[in-house]
Ligand binder design. Structure first.
Ligand SMILES: O=C(O)C1=C[C@@H](OP(=O)(O)O)[C@@H](O)[C@H](O)C1
Ligand SMILES: C=C(OP(=O)(O)O)C(=O)O
Length: 464
């Protein structure tokens, strides 16, 4: 992997403000109904999970990195800003050969000699920012204060806080939640920690990402109910290996990262497959075809499970070198599925299930009560509010076929709730989604992409 070349920052470098939480009250968004079968190609921006891992690794690396096609959404801009306040330089650089206007700029990341302390960081509502940064902050020269949106202050943080304390890092917290202050001392000795990561895989990813830079490296043991979202831990392990770190994940529930330098990265970020979910789901709901170029043939993204889910629910799903093609007839059936490994797909699958002709049972996702909102309660309330036969269980949802009607679909500051409302609205007239701009958490322009999908399909069927 070669260090990135150093082109001058592009004029588009200043922040877009996309990541500042808006305080204005937005009118509800009238979800468009599909007027016929779809025929669309949807180009999705980069993966949130990969972009934020690469940013952290690049910040800890021994040389300058280049991230090509990174996601620029609220969660990743917050990560970039947080790392900038720690002294990392992150410049927008247009991809070779492209003009500043046409290209999504790459990020060139220049790590500082030492991470700066005595700074404050806004985590927004981003799990990856609030969990990944404390172990990095422990390496800074002074205190790092972390806070976020009001809803962020109830998301679980205790396991990562206590793991840092066990490693000798002082952390001041609010009873296991944000706001918190990590007292960085410039270095961490490392060693072995045991934690319960049943509430989020992100606790383990967080410790591993910084662990290679701890004096003795880090061994992380999980003890408790099974860890959710395991593909995300594999993603962490693979990105660390891409950066030259030595990681042993051969034992269940134990991960060991050896102390080492982190090499500079030169990587192209894959499209975000979980964000692709509502778009490929649309082919099943409206009928017709949706194509997602660049869908990887091999990936650690949990969203790849969508291929199996959509196939089971009635779509024809084809993956080839150009990407993914999903074709539906407009008829869809329910599914019995344990989503423990791909929990972030729950809102999309639940929305599909509400439109299916046979029952669905989603299991294994109790921990999503600690996501952006309590997603099981929110989905029960909002799908139920549109007439769906939905019941909340201890660890999931049961959804029976029912005739849905229009109404308000609240989003709870949760991007995936908002997109679930959009999916239902494709078929059910009169669905009004509250706060559609909350989708900016992981997609800078959901409405534009969604409308573009419908408009290009309409053009495809209209006579010219
Ligand atoms: O590490 C990551 O990038 C993520 C891990 C998962 O979190 P949980 O383990 O809390 O489900 C996932 O749901 C989230 O969207 C992103
Ligand atoms: C759970 C999610 O996000 P976060 O990274 O904030 O945990 C999600 O995007 O579905």
């Amino acid at each position: 992997m070669s260090p990135a070349d150093h082109s001058p920052p592009s004029p588009s470098a200043p922040s877009t403000g996309l990541h500042r939480q808006t305080l204005t009250v937005e009118p509800d968004w009238a979800a468009p109904v599909a007027r016929g079968p779809l025929d669309a190609t949807v180009v999705l921006p980069g993966s949130k999970s990969l972009t934020n891992r690469y940013l952290v690794l690049a910040a800890l690396a021994s040389d300058r990195s280049r991230l090509r096609a990174p996601l620029r959404s609220r969660d990743t801009l917050l990560m970039a800003d947080a790392l900038r306040s720690l002294g990392v330089r992150i410049d927008d650089v247009t991809a070779d050969g492209d003009t500043a206007d046409s290209a999504v700029p790459d990020w060139v990341v220049t790590p500082p000699e030492r991470l700066r302390g005595d700074v404050s960081v806004d985590c927004g509502l981003a799990g990856t920012v609030m969990r990944f940064l404390p172990p990095v902050a422990a390496l800074a020269d002074g205190p790092v204060r972390l806070d976020g949106d009001p809803q962020a202050r109830v998301r679980p943080m205790r396991p990562v806080i206590e793991a840092l304390r066990a490693l000798g890092v002082a952390v001041d917290d609010d009873d296991g939640h944000l706001p918190l202050t990590v007292s960085g001392r410039g270095q961490v000795r490392g060693g072995t920690v045991t934690l319960d990561a049943s509430a989020s895989s992100q606790f383990i990813s967080a410790l591993l990402l910084a662990g290679a830079r701890y004096g003795e490296g880090l061994t992380v043991h999980h003890a408790g109910e099974p860890v959710p979202s395991e593909p995300h831990i594999l993603m962490t392990v693979e990105t660390l290996r891409d950066a030259g770190a030595i990681v042993d994940d051969s034992e269940p529930n134990t991960w060991r990262v050896e102390p080492s330098e982190i090499n500079a990265l030169d990587v192209t970020v894959e499209p975000d497959l979980s964000n692709a979910g509502p778009f490929v789901a649309a082919a099943l709901v409206a009928g017709g075809t949706v194509r997602v170029p660049g869908w990887p043939q091999h990936t650690t993204q949990a969203g790849d499970l969508l291929r199996e889910i959509l196939d089971t629910m009635g779509a024809d799903v084809r993956l080839d070198r150009t990407g993914l093609t999903v074709t539906g007839s407009g008829e869809l059936v329910g599914i019995d599925i344990d989503l423990h490994d791909a929990a972030e797909l729950t809102p999309t699958v639940a929305a599909l299930a509400a439109l299916a002709s046979t029952p669905t049972w989603i299991r294994g996702v109790a921990h999503i009560r600690g996501h952006e909102t309590d997603r099981l309660a929110a989905l029960t309330a909002e799908l139920g509010g549109l007439g769906s036969g939905v019941t909340e269980t201890a660890d999931g949802l049961r959804i029976s076929p029912a005739r849905l009607h229009g109404g308000r679909f609240r989003s709870y500051h949760d991007h995936r709730m908002a997109t679930a409302g959009a999916i239902i609205g494709l078929r059910v007239p009169g669905v009004e989604v509250e706060d559609i701009t909350t989708t900016r958490k992981t997609l800078p322009d959901f409405v534009g992409l969604w409308q573009g999908m419908l408009d290009s399909s309409a053009q495809a069927v209209l006579p010219r």
